[in-house]
Design a protein around this ligand. Structure first.
Ligand code: AHG
Ligand code: MN
Ligand code: MN
Length: 329
């Protein structure tokens, strides 16, 4: 689609959501209502991120989250915005966040027609101090009634009904899948609406580019070290923003492979399965790429046992992921 065609289209995220709902025979509108809550939250978080250093929103709060990581003020602001807006939507049963040890149950009645939403309110928050890209990641699944909140949430990634991220970068991007491809929207600050810029986005099938924290190289398992040696002998470039949202966004558009391998400090990797790896894996696979946690196991097949558990991550263009997997076998 050419740039002028895109402008002719003028589809906002809201109209896109309504259009998808109209195509689903049994749609009740509940999911649309939740996606619209995420879109409002994204605009509010973007407004806070954009005022960093003007308002007192930078720096640490002085607390640690459940992961033992220092919470930044904006982690807390973004988390509060999402919790407050999602809690007011009827179709939301349970919300779980990186920043809360326990899931939050919304409303009294336990209903299979409702949804569970897991999110990383602000991903890559250490980039905030230097005006680097940060994001929000979300995963939506059906509620399973009759179970505790935790048990209802513990579903593998292939059960996600929708997933996406918002990247607060040089522009604000909303990338969404509801299981029928990937669509991308850019916030037009002049009118306050997310405008569709890509529909049925496909990840380039290869690109000589890898993305990982190479500072940890000495403690990577041997296979990753061998892959890096091979890639560097074959003209690959390294690109690493240090925020999964920014790194995976680049890979969706340009191709390549993003990894967070096991290290001595993080023996099963650093990234969280349910609100980082799974939603990004769904997006990457819906865009025709591949997302694995080792040479055998697709991320979305991992049966979670804890909402905050971690997994190794290898995702991106299918051909590039396969090259890494060959070295891991
Ligand atoms: P968060 O800010 O939500 O804790 O996530 C940070 C994650 C992820 O965004 C990024 O890919 C990774 O941490 C970077 O870790 P290193 O600094 O160890 O490379
Ligand atoms: Mn994160
Ligand atoms: Mn975070």
């Amino acid at each position: 689609m050419s740039v002028s065609d895109r402008h002719k289209e003028t589809i906002t995220l809201q109209s896109h959501i309504l259009g998808s709902e109209a195509r689903q025979e049994n749609a009740t509108g509940t999911l649309s209502w939740i996606l619209s809550a995420l879109s409002i939250s994204a605009k509010m978080i973007a407004a806070s991120v954009r005022r960093a250093r003007l308002d007192d929103v930078l720096g640490e709060v002085g607390n640690e989250n459940v992961q033992g990581e220092a919470q930044q003020k904006l982690d807390v602001i973004a988390n509060d915005i999402l919790l407050r807006i999602l809690a007011a939507r009827e179709g939301v049963a349970i919300v779980a966040s990186e920043e809360n040890e326990e899931p939050v149950i919304i409303g009294e009645e336990d209903d299979d027609q409702k949804y569970c939403i897991l999110f990383d309110p602000l991903d890559g928050s250490s980039n905030l101090d230097v005006c680097g890209g940060v994001g929000t990641i979300f995963s939506i699944m059906r509620n399973r009634s009759g179970l505790s909140a935790k048990d209802s949430l513990l579903q593998p990634g292939f059960e996600q009904v929708a997933a996406g991220y918002i990247l607060y970068g040089s522009s604000t991007i909303f990338t969404l899948t509801v299981g029928d491809g990937v669509d991308m929207f850019v916030l037009d600050p002049a009118i306050g609406a997310f405008m569709r810029v890509e529909t049925n986005l496909k990840i380039p099938q290869s690109n000589k580019s890898y993305s990982l924290n190479e500072g940890n190289r000495l403690s990577f398992p041997e296979g990753y070290k061998n892959y890096l040696h091979w890639a560097q002998s074959n003209g690959y470039s390294a690109r690493y923003a240090g925020a999964m949202v920014a790194d995976v966004h680049r890979i969706l558009l340009k191709g390549g492979v993003f990894m967070y391998p096991p290290t001595v400090k993080a023996p099963v990797g650093k990234l969280r399965l349910m609100y980082e790896a799974n939603p990004m894996a769904m997006l990457v696979e819906q865009a025709g790429g591949k997302a694995m946690c080792d040479s055998q196991m697709p991320i979305q097949k991992v049966q979670p046992t804890d909402i905050h558990q971690r997994v190794p991550v290898i995702m991106g263009s299918t051909a590039e992921v396969d090259k890494v997997l060959k070295f891991l076998q």
